[in-house]
Design a protein around this ligand. Structure first.
Ligand SMILES: Nc1ncnc2c1ncn2[C@@H]1O[C@H](COP(=O)(O)OP(=O)(O)OP(=O)(O)O)[C@@H](O)[C@H]1O
Ligand SMILES: [Mg+2]
Length: 494
């Protein structure tokens, strides 16, 4: 029996209007991956923030290596040996990797760089110590965060939804590093909504529901269905039944479009596609092959260099974002905190953004009435419509975006990773909502990283590679079809 690194007992945490944690017990052993699972807003991040010294518990105690501790700050937590990679990263963008890692230590720059190289090799976490953080991809930033913890000698490593932003390949690399950590006796607390990952990596799983522990299971005692049931308290249908699509008029036509990425490279290299009313076109592809740019040229956020975009027969190429909203294009972007939401505005105001009525003034009653309806329909967990969006859990922020975009009565929905960060019940809800919109005649462009999501929703599947659609196939999850898609994703003609 390995010894206990960390134990929390009877943790209670209240926020205005919410009991976020209600007497939680949880412990972490040396060399294990203990997964924390629960619906959006269940209290996972809050519990981790308490262990990491960001919040103080209202009641309860924390024991580290058997001794009671009062963790005053993240800095203090890290001194004790507790580190956390937060759901939203916290590096200083204008500093280099090495500068970020050395913050708060007394090491000389050359020693820092040497140590980083050592850790990076040992754990297979590749980074360039001299790169500036703003230049790095999310996957790279995450590696820097992890190295920072290992550099500081963390024995407890908390990973809050690390894989939500990773490609499957990056996830594999992360899991390798995690296994390395546990083989050295480090304990890892892992949070994810992806049950297949939870099955793969966890030694134990604790399920939280509405701030309470439902149970802790040892490896061998759990499977995906059981975990889903424990999380939401009912059976969850992961495969949505749907009728065959009945495509209507042509809604969007993208013709031979070329566009550049932020870094100035060719990102779209003569892409063409068509979507009709009442059908979902799913686009599969390895991240970085033009998915983001495709969404952005259609929504008006990125300039088209050549080619044409027609919407309901009208040329919309390089018109403004507003024009496209007015025309009926809704957008669920990948980066909800960046462009989709205004964090300091209330939930009600965020739900009201992007409306197309020509009226200039709205009164509070209208805005709140509208908000209450959508908060209920989409089961958005918030103490009140007046709460600032930044206080919502990650998944509930995503629901605000989805509710708002559906409320616009669009003709076309561009959905990029629409269920990223959502728990299984909310995922089911979003799937049903997309199918319902389709059946009402909305055209949908789905850009998703997970193949099962593409299979679950799409009527046709296109594969994007190096800024072009290289082929189409059906959404059948047969081994042959998966192989065909895999080959096309790798740029092999089939
Ligand atoms: N700083 C805060 N102020 C007010 N309420 C908060 C704050 N932080 C969290 N909450 C509330 O506490 C509850 C638990 O949120 P938490 O972020 O812990 O959920 P979670 O389990 O991590 O969810 P997700 O899977 O969506 O990330 C939510 O109702 C949330 O709105
Ligand atoms: Mg969270």
């Amino acid at each position: 029996m390995s010894s206990t690194l960390l134990e929390v007992r009877g943790i209670v945490k209240r926020f205005p209007g919410v009991l976020a944690l209600d007497g939680v017990n949880f412990d972490l052993r040396e060399g294990e991956v203990h997964t924390l699972l629960g619906e959006n807003g269940a209290g996972k991040t809050t519990l981790m923030n308490i262990i990491f010294g960001l919040y103080r518990a209202d009641e309860g105690e924390i024991l580290f290596k058997g001794k009671r501790v009062h963790i005053r700050s993240p800095y203090h937590a890290l001194q004790l040996g507790i580190g956390m990679v937060q759901q939203h990263f916290t590096l200083v963008p204008s500093f280099t990797v090495a500068e970020n890692i050395a913050l708060g230590t007394r090491d000389t720059p050359s020693r820092v760089a040497a140590k980083i190289r050592g850790i990076s090799e040992e754990y297979g976490l590749e980074v360039d110590p001299h790169a500036k953080v703003w230049q790095l991809s999310v996957g790279e930033r995450q590696r820097v965060e992890i190295i920072k913890l290992l550099y500081a000698g963390a024995r407890v490593v908390i990973l809050d939804e690390p894989t939500a932003v990773l490609t499957p390949q990056e996830t594999e690399a992360l899991f390798k590093a995690v296994r390395k950590m546990t083989s050295r006796g480090t304990g890892v607390i892992f949070i994810s909504h992806k049950l297949n990952e939870v099955m793969e990596i966890s030694s134990r799983v604790t399920v939280l529901r509405k701030g309470k522990v439902i149970g802790t299971l040892e490896r061998g005692e759990f499977d995906q269905n059981k975990l889903a049931r424990m999380m939401v308290g009912r059976e969850v249908v992961m495969e949505i039944e749907r009728e065959k699509a009945r495509p209507g008029e042509l809604v969007i036509k993208v013709e031979d479009v070329h566009a550049r990425s932020d870094k100035g490279h060719i990102a779209l290299n003569g892409i063409s596609l068509e979507i009709r009313a009442g059908e979902i076109l799913g686009i599969a592809g390895v991240a970085g092959n033009g998915q983001r740019e495709l969404a952005e040229v259609i929504t008006g956020l990125r300039r088209v260099e050549s080619g044409k975009i027609e919407f309901l027969g009208k040329d919309l190429t390089n018109t403004s974002v507003i024009d496209r909203i007015l025309a009926g294009i809704a957008y669920i972007p990948q980066d909800r905190k960046g462009i989709a939401l205004s964090p300091n505005l209330s939930v009600a105001e965020n739900l009201f953004l992007r409306r197309k009525e020509k009226k200039v003034w709205f009164n509070k009653r209208e805005i709140f009435g509208h908000a209450r309806r959508y908060i209920e329909e989409y089961k958005i967990k918030t103490p009140s419509p007046a709460t600032a969006v930044k206080y919502l859990s990650g998944g509930n922020m995503q629901k605000v975006v989805i509710a708002r975009e559906f409320s616009l009565d669009p003709r076309l929905i561009i959905a990029v990773h629409p269920t990223r960060g959502l728990d299984v019940a909310s995922m089911e809800f979003v799937y049903r909502s997309l199918i319902k919109a389709r059946d009402k005649g909305v055209a949908i462009l789905l850009l998703a990283g997970e193949l099962y999501e593409i299979f679950n929703l799409s009527d046709r599947v296109g594969v994007i590679y190096e800024g072009k659609i290289v082929g189409y196939t059906t959404p059948d999850p047969t081994p042959e079809n998966i192989e065909k898609i895999g080959l096309m994703m790798a740029g092999v003609a089939v």
